[in-house]
Design a protein around this ligand. Sequence first.
Ligand SMILES: Cc1ncc(COP(=O)(O)O)c(C=O)c1O
Length: 392
Amino acid sequence: MDLHTTAVHAGDRKKAAAQIPVTTPVYAAASYICESMEQLDRVMGREEAGYSYGRYDNPSNAALEEQVRALENGHGALACASGMAAVQMAISTALADRRKSIVAADALYGATVGLLTKVLEPSGVNVRFADICDLDAVRAAVADARPGCIVMETVSNPLLRVGRIDSIAGIAREAGAALIVDNTFATPLLVRPLELGANFSVHSLTKFLSGHGDVLGGIVVSDQAHYDTLRTLSRIVGPVLGPFECYLAMRGIKTFPLRMERQCANARRVAAWLAAHPGVERVHFTGDPAHPDAAAIGRMFPPNLFGAMVSFELRGVGKPEVFRFMDALKLVVCATSLGDVHTIMLYPAMSSHREISPERRERMGIRDNLVRLSVGIEAPEDIIADLEQALR
Ligand SMILES: Cc1ncc(COP(=O)(O)O)c(C=O)c1O
């Protein structure tokens, strides 16, 4: 065989060895061959399980999808190229055969607000915001908007409000709407929305699940009723996560429960310390017994696990002083993300909620003195010492 031909074909498409690799390799192939054209026909027609084309599915994706599906106790999952792609896919699936109307929590991640108001609304979807922590307000919004779906976060970004997923799932069911829950902040260690009646649980894989700041990804876990539509739409739209990112995410997820337990414990220590500091006006933390949603938290969260996010307001300061405080931090990383092994601080007005108008931010309670801390796995004394020196 000519060297040019050998270079293209040698080494590839060998029958796999009888031994099974202990972890799932990175399957970079964009397409797959079958024993025969008849079998390929059945695989492409989804009459037989298997792989045909990378946009449809891939063994690296399938392994990650099974891992997160099992953690969330769902029927099936779709790994996406980002958390936002996952949110978008869940909404498209929920609305595929329902009224093009959405009731959304008025406290949501900024890009999710942007998806609703700058992408979906202009394309004809009716969007109505409601206080997701007030069940009467949710009922009224649902009666008024007759939504095809309700969109909420288990723990809202950045003020850490918690709505009752089980009750909201009941309201959605009665109205014939689907419930989509962004479970990024809570993670399946704390809450599994599908067990509480939600139809979709969505994650930014970029955050706690992957946990090392080296993967951008998202995932939708759905119930049985929506899974076929989710995959059909994905085959067309192609929002899929690349195989290498799937590998990295799977590797991160293996230690996610250990990391998360440590991060939750660290967050409790840091939140208690901040609450006692004279330079801190207010601490938002789900473990605070005086949290406005303490009843929902007590009902849904396991004992002593409250999440690793702590938002706090600095006393009597504006943006320049907040910038000075953040610039003074030496250990805490000031960056746009959360959920990593290292402690990260973010300024919501400039970052996660930048694209939201100042008036809307004010209505959401996101003031210029608010910072958001994602507590990492470091020794808590070191995190506190860094905050202390920067607050001086
Ligand atoms: C709650 C929440 N959902 C979704 C996203 C979007 O995730 P990604 O950045 O992976 O698209 C984020 C990002 O910060 C988030 O905080």
